[in-house]
Write a protein that binds this ligand. Sequence first.
Ligand SMILES: Cc1cc2nc3c(=O)[nH]c(=O)nc-3n(C[C@H](O)[C@H](O)[C@H](O)COP(=O)(O)OP(=O)(O)OC[C@H]3O[C@@H](n4cnc5c(N)ncnc54)[C@H](O)[C@@H]3O)c2cc1C
Length: 595
Amino acid sequence: MTEYKAPTQDMAFTLREVASFFDMVKTCGYSDVSDELVSAILDEAAKFSGSVLSPLNKSGDRAGISLNTNGEVVTPEGFASAYQHYVDGGWGSLQFDPHYDGQGLPFSLAIPVQEMLHAANMAWGLCPLLSQGAVEAIFENANTKVKDLFLRPMVSGRWSGTMNLTEPQSGSDLATLRTSARQNGDHYLIRGSKIFITWGEHEMAENIVHLVLARLPDAPAGVKGISLFAVPKYLVNKDGALGERNDCRALSLEHKLGIHASPTCVMGFGDNGGAVGYLVGEENKGLACMFTMMNNARLTVGLQGVAIAERAYQDARAYAFDRVQGIAPGDSTPSPIVRHPDVRRMLMTMKALTEAGRCLAYTGCTAVDMAKSSNENAESRQYYQRRADVMTPLVKGWCTEIAQEVTSLAIQCHGGMGFVEETGVAQHYRDARILPIYEGTNGIQALDLIGRKTRRDQGAGINELLSDIKQFCNSDRTQRELKASTLERLAQATAFVEIALERVLENQHDEAFCGSVAFSYMMLTATTNAGWLLTKAALRAAELSRQSSQPAPWLKAKVQTADFFADHILPRCSGYLASIVAGSESTMALDEASF
Ligand SMILES: Cc1cc2nc3c(=O)[nH]c(=O)nc-3n(C[C@H](O)[C@H](O)[C@H](O)COP(=O)(O)OP(=O)(O)OC[C@H]3O[C@@H](n4cnc5c(N)ncnc54)[C@H](O)[C@@H]3O)c2cc1C
């Protein structure tokens, strides 16, 4: 395994030229954010991720984590000092409010930084990922007292955060959760247990703030009776100093397929009378509050897909240039395998999917910034909110699906050496496998896209996206610079999404139909959107190349990557559409004996 080298050039280009980052900066009034600042942040984050986190990835996977007799999680060597490095560097506070000691930068600027953390060391990166979502949920929903109690140390990273939803009987369906809460003066007492809690216990941070979903005694049944509580590992005195240990602890750790260095805990709350918790938001409105955290986490989990795909691609590319085997077409002596057409196919598939995923994730995150902070009118903010809403399941669903394909191809490029653990690519494959499962499985993301993001607004958000793509395909500028076949394939995929949308709206009251086609609908829409954004990148690369006397090779490669995507990935859209047109008959007509 090679050490991770952050693709800062592609990251900066994607932000600037694809995600319209500087338009957002202007519209949102981030007057201090310049090109120089972006480069400085990306360069420093690249150093941190490449030299501190990446070398701990393989050793962390091998060492794993354990729970000692004091109930403390023992993390792999180097993890705690890397965490301290992260806190000292202020990496956790980039996008948060200066009132709570944040740096007041755009969310979308924190995104390439987070990509680097996950690419370098996904298991370690999960700790900040959850913390950032917890900060967001408290910031958006809690009262001033709770914010003042928790936010500053969480923003700085001195305290970390977790998300406690899942219970044994309550996974995708949170309506069934049983953890209870009852008021006790100015706080609540929480009792129950949670499973699968990422970084639920560790000693890297001074305190951990668990965001816990629980039910009050007379709460309505189902999701309308869930409240959200902030439950600190150590109680916090009025002056902010840490007090005694709260009544919550990790009972055991899961043994997992991947992310071995990330503790996934079974958590017990209130075994000795009740864990002290503070209400976040209103009683019985907890799920809506948690959605602030989940939406953030869904985008960043999608980003993890891009990150691990990039890491796997870097390893496969290095190996393909190094490994000599057979004689490739046009060669007379044994060739590095990168010269074999099928290896080139695999590498280009990996590269095209990864770069397209980056375009999708960064664009989704700038839409979030625009929806939240645009100084334009309310109509414009609503427009960007619709775009962010549509993009969230696409980013989570598609980027985590392509991570499976890319990490698997990385193994294939390594041949037998990929299947053994020494090369390290097997770890990427194992680590990536959780991504389509947690943070709402991809089946749930697809239902979100077809339900809340299509039926609810009768396709308004999707139609706005399609109209942008069509405008792009038809513009003189695009047609002048790009290959006709690339634009034809993109236009064709866009037409497929239109047909799919029509089918979905025609059958919108047929739940079996919607459930059967949802995944294909998500993949079709995301593949088209990602293909568009990659082609948008190619357009700017072509223009910059033409304007330069000595065009940089990577600009040419950008155009070639978009052409490859159009030739080899966009054709998948016709398969997705065919499956949508087939509808639910071949799934729902089956009786149980057919399985
Ligand atoms: C490593 C790891 C870390 C995790 N971290 C956290 C964490 O920090 N906090 C936390 O609260 N949870 C966490 N989880 C839990 C995770 O979010 C759940 O595993 C996930 O939501 C799925 O729930 P489940 O496992 O109960 O699967 P189930 O809900 O039992 O689903 C099983 C399968 O059925 C499908 N399915 C279920 N319901 C539907 C439906 N309505 N429509 C279509 N398909 C459906 C799903 O797609 C899935 O493939 C973590 C899990 C793991 C493995």
